[in-house]
Design a protein around this ligand. Structure first.
Ligand SMILES: N[C@@H](CCC(=O)N[C@@H](CS)C(=O)NCC(=O)O)C(=O)O
Length: 231
């Protein structure tokens, strides 16, 4: 197996988590995400989106989209560290939560670090705080008093949300905005501690330097603002 990814990409980290938890050996290939520097391998394996992660498995068609890859690996190796629950209705519920995170929370978090619009920043903070408040309730319901969304050990949702732990810290130190705070989200704050005490999480969450490099890359790829154009 070969994984094409980028070290600052939380979506790549997700796939690394599953590969590691399932003890699947793989070769990791670092991809350049600046538009003009993307590799031929990325452009041909994911021509539509041109995004990582991409998983290559033997002669299978390259797999894209972190959630689809996670499920593929879970089905491929169901006997080692299963990540999705066996109950179909629970599975559907987990998929909806992952979809919600990727299509609502992630765009808010991304816009938060990129926008210069002060009003929008405040609005995004409100949305994110409210969002993590809801996630706190989800955690209480699903974890049933255990340390992880997945119960006694890391499961699908721990990976989906936990792959962003490094970005949560980055936003705290860089912008002074703590998305998860003990006072607001006591159970999620506890979950964060449980996550950090897990050796796979400690090994795979990228360093803050890597996050900074990724952030600088994002900034450098943004279209010029009207001020810089007229300067
Ligand atoms: N929904 C995708 C998102 C992947 C994604 O956004 N990857 C980013 C890196 S974090 C990327 O490759 N960006 C390059 C680009 O958009 O040009 C997934 O879950 O795999």
């Amino acid at each position: 197996m070969k994984l094409l990814g980028n070290s600052g990409s939380a979506f790549t980290t997700r796939v690394k988590f599953v590969l590691e938890l399932k003890s699947i050996e793989y070769e990791y290939i670092e991809e350049e995400l600046r538009k003009k520097l993307k590799s031929e391998r990325l452009l041909t394996s994911n021509p539509l989106f041109q995004r990582v992660p991409v998983l290559f498995h033997a002669n299978e068609h390259p797999l894209i989209e972190s959630l689809a890859i996670m499920e593929y690996l879970d089905e491929l190796r169901p006997d080692v560290h299963p990540i999705l629950p066996s109950n179909p209705s629970e599975r559907a519920q987990y998929r909806v939560l992952a979809y919600t995170f990727d299509n609502l929370y992630y765009p808010w978090m991304r816009e938060f670090v990129l926008t210069q619009d002060k009003e929008r920043i405040e609005e995004l903070k409100r949305l994110i705080i409210e969002g993590f408040g809801l996630l706190e309730e989800v955690f209480v319901k699903l974890s049933k008093g255990k340390p992880f969304f997945g119960g006694d050990d890391i499961g699908y949702l721990d990976i989906v949300f936990g792959s962003f732990l490094g970005w949560i810290i980055f936003d705290g130190t860089m912008f002074g905005f703590n998305m998860i705070e003990e006072a607001r989200n006591p159970r999620l704050a506890q979950w964060v501690k449980s996550m950090w005490s897990h050796e796979v999480v400690r090994a795979l969450i990228p360093s803050q330097e890597t996050h900074m490099e990724f952030y600088e890359m994002l900034i450098s790829e943004l279209p010029p603002t009207p001020e810089t154009v007229s300067a």
